[in-house]
Design a protein around this ligand. Structure first.
Ligand code: GDP
Ligand code: MG
Length: 437
């Protein structure tokens, strides 16, 4: 599925500290493939990756310290923007507020009418009225009564009246007379777009002048959803989109395409058959869902916030001049620590918490390392080569650690410095090529 595909795409980047231009192109190609697989329209997917690539180059992704993370963030930000950026609220200004549901048969209008009524009743302290304007099938009216009963919301219907315009108008009168402040009008749909249905919904729309006309669409219908949205928008100029059946691993590609094509916000999503399976649509969360990155994104953001670029540059210079010492090592540890508790950080990485569940993570995993470094003299810190056996024994004693622990840290430090020098030095370019460039 889409998440797996993108996981693979991002894997390339997460694994390596640095990436190459080839890497960026490869990854974005993978991102595009994943979007196409999620039923995102070809042109939209192509434009999307082109835009991200341009931005990536503009921001000099390749020369930053964590290019992979920056690219991940760029992709997520762009995707969020593509789906509308901010949360689109629902306009409840009318008295009563009139909300009209439109969409094909089976898209989930009746179910969503109930969910929305329940949401407004329990979360927004409203007194909603449900109106049955699907007069072609007696079962449809019955269905709305079952829904209304289950959430304790009154249903207005006129089974003998075959004129949905009149029913809707009468319902609004009824609402005004009885203190209902929201009127949700459920309408009839057909299996495909047809003239009769369009004319009818258009007439109802004109007659009741709803504050909110909501186009309900089944997220599972992919590309078809886009065409239907286009037709309904041309006739109704609707205010927002409701994306239903977004439960399980339904691909969210429709969300991207619809927003791009009709330029109307997605306001809610339906995530199940039950009345509480409704969520406000958050573009950022949807982007994360589509990218399948879980909390990796917020982890990246936190890392970015905390990462002091100035400091990073200083350290790079020091490495180049062979001056990287334990003080720098310590400040790097402090950078990592600013990001939060190690347990929390590990928990944010998808899969990692499962894999790590048997591994005991100390609350302060760096305690020993810090203690050892603090027990070194300033000279020892900047010139680790000075630290001989005698000094090691003193440091171990001073930090309350064992000499093996000091040895271990020295070894780690040595390996790290060696690595860093190789990456920086004149042979660095060749090394980068060898490593996947
Ligand atoms: P309408 O013809 O547009 O009124 O569609 P309905 O509200 O009758 O829904 C059609 C079918 O889709 C019903 O079986 C609903 O239970 C189901 N349904 C509606 N919304 C959702 C949803 O968000 N998730 C799932 N899994 N099923 C849904
Ligand atoms: Mg219905």
């Amino acid at each position: 599925n889409l998440s797996d595909k993108l996981d693979k795409a991002f894997h390339i980047l997460k694994g390596h500290g640095k990436i190459t231009e080839v890497n960026v192109a490869e990854t974005l190609k993978e991102v595009r493939r994943a979007l196409l697989d999620a039923d995102v329209n070809f042109k939209i997917a192509k434009d999307f990756t082109t835009k991200v690539k341009e931005k990536a180059i503009g921001q000099d992704v390749l020369t930053t310290l964590q290019p992979g993370q920056l690219l991940v963030k760029l992709v997520k930000d762009e995707l969020t923007e593509l789906m509308g950026g901010d949360v689109a609220g629902i306009n409840l200004s009318g008295n009563p507020t009139v909300i009209l549901m439109a969409g094909l048969q089976g898209s989930g209008k009746t179910t969503f009418s109930g969910k929305l009524a329940n949401y407004l009743l329990t979360k927004k302290n409203k007194k909603p009225l449900l109106v049955a304007c699907d007069i072609y099938r007696p079962a449809a009216i019955q269905q709305l009564y079952v829904v209304g009963d289950s959430i304790g919301v009154e249903v207005y219907s006129e089974p003998e009246n075959k004129n949905p315009v009149e029913i809707a108008q009468n319902a609004i009168k009824h609402a005004k007379a009885n203190g209902f402040n929201v009127v949700i009008v459920d309408t009839a749909g057909r299996l495909a777009v047809d003239e009769e249905m369009m004319n009818e919904i258009e007439r109802v729309h004109k007659a009741i002048e709803p504050q909110e006309t909501l186009f309900v669409v089944d997220a599972m219908t992919g590309q078809d959803a886009v065409n239907t949205a286009k037709t309904f928008n041309e006739r109704l100029n609707f205010d927002g989109v409701i994306l239903t059946k977004l439960d399980g691993d339904t691909r969210g590609g429709a969300a991207i395409s619809i927003k791009s094509v009709v330029n109307k916000p997605i306001k809610f999503v339906g995530t199940g058959e039950k009345m509480d399976a409704i969520d406000v649509f958050y573009p950022i969360r949807m982007a994360e869902r589509i990218l399948g990155m879980g909390d990796v994104v917020s982890l990246v953001e936190r890392a970015q916030e905390q990462f002091d670029e100035e400091e990073a540059r200083k350290i790079q210079k020091k490495i180049a001049k062979n001056e990287f010492g334990f003080d720098d090592f310590l400040s790097q540890i402090q950078q990592v620590k600013k990001m939060g508790n190690m347990k929390d950080l590990v928990g944010m990485i998808p899969g990692a918490s499962k894999a790590m569940k048997d591994v005991e993570i100390e609350d302060d995993a760096f305690k020993h390392i810090e203690a050892i470094i603090h027990s070194m003299t300033p000279v020892e810190r900047s010139k680790p080569a000075l630290i001989d056996v005698k000094r090691k024994a003193r440091i171990a004693k001073g930090s309350g650690t064992k000499i093996e622990q000091v040895n271990q840290l020295m070894k780690q430090f040595e390996q790290m410095s060696k690595m860093m020098k190789m990456m920086q030095g004149p042979g660095g370019k060749n090394l980068m090529k060898m490593m996947g460039g």
